[in-house]
Design a protein around this ligand. Structure first.
Ligand code: AMP
Length: 174
């Protein structure tokens, strides 16, 4: 089994429920085992125009699927959640990104791993930091830790665009 990390995001049609349901579906994928899930986060949308806030999370999933097969599985879960693919960065019911697949670097027309934009996105890095081992974070984030880190830890205290969703937090239920 290979340890993969997958980012989930939603800002449409009850996003918390979209993310929770997707995690349950991922946990039942054949040849996969759910290892850990981050807390749920709220984040301000980046992209064009006014958009609702996002719900974000990251999971660790052990898998014997190939990277290409795992991507196909993620895309079919996205399709089940009726994601609208017509506009890039537009609001989406569910977005699933393969962040890491073991320590592999993958560059095919369909798949780039590590996910090329993960290192600039606090809404990915912070949930990842909930569940990833310290050495993995050090390995991938040493530049960021050196620049922004406090005591070798990522510091997000000044990021008003990202917050932990408490279980009873009704602030984002749309
Ligand atoms: P997006 O609209 O950001 O979800 O991008 C979807 C497209 O990104 C799909 O066509 C995938 O083939 C491609 N893609 C490339 N690398 C990845 C990755 N690491 N995880 C998910 N999709 C990826």
């Amino acid at each position: 089994m290979i340890r993969s990390y997958i980012a989930l995001g939603s800002n449409l049609n009850q996003p918390r429920q979209q993310v929770s349901t997707a995690i349950s579906t991922l946990a039942t994928l054949a040849n996969c085992q759910l290892i850990a899930q981050s807390r749920l986060y709220g984040s301000v949308a980046i992209g064009p125009g006014e958009q609702d806030n996002y719900v974000n999370a990251v999971i660790a999933l052990d898998t014997s699927l190939s990277p290409a097969s795992l991507l196909l599985a993620l895309q079919s879960i996205e399709a089940e959640h009726q994601r609208q693919r017509n506009v890039r960065w537009a609001a989406r019911t569910l977005d699933l990104d393969l962040l890491l697949y073991g320590t592999e670097s993958i560059n095919t027309p369909e798949l780039t791993v590590p996910h090329p934009r993960m290192f600039e996105r606090d809404f990915v890095l912070r949930p990842l930091a909930d569940i990833a081992p310290a050495e993995l974070l050090r390995h991938y984030l040493h530049n960021k830790l050196g620049k922004d880190g406090k005591d070798g830890k990522l510091d997000y205290s000044d990021n008003d665009n990202l917050w932990v969703l408490e279980p009873d937090d009704k602030a984002i239920t749309n």
